[in-house]
Design a protein around this ligand. Structure first.
Ligand code: FES
Length: 119
């Protein structure tokens, strides 16, 4: 089997994108946990738009990806910090540092994310 990775030019920086799911595998309202060598990330489908965040709360290291979704935000199940899924920004305490986010690209039915292993 050939290489499954593809490079997409973003400005003058080459970011590597990796396939993580088929679009219909993550329908609106669903999420998918993806483990990489260095980190775990969570892919969300919010009303047909895909977002991807690191699965570690910046407050105390909890698995934020399991939290409740409201609109485009997620609430950490451990202490209730809320983050914007679109850019990882903090919406409520006790967290004060944004969560890393990863660009998502769609190609047909395939969903790609910016490779966390390249960071
Ligand atoms: S670990 Fe997420 S709010 Fe504390």
């Amino acid at each position: 089997m050939g290489c499954r990775r593809r490079k997409i030019c973003v400005g003058i920086v080459m970011s590597e994108f990796v396939p993580v799911a088929m679009r219909d595998e993550v329908p609106p309202g669903a999420r998918k946990l993806i483990d990489f060598d260095a980190v775990s990330v969570v892919l969300f489908n919010i009303g047909g738009d895909f977002y991807c965040i690191e699965d570690v709360c910046t407050h105390d290291g909890g698995p934020v990806g399991e939290g409740d979704i409201e609109g485009c935000s997620i609430e950490c199940p451990r202490h209730g910090a809320r983050f914007d899924l679109r850019d990882g920004s903090v919406l409520s305490m006790p967290a004060v540092v944004p969560i890393p986010t990863y660009q998502v690209k769609l190609d047909g039915n395939q969903v790609f994310i910016e490779s966390p292993d390249d960071w």
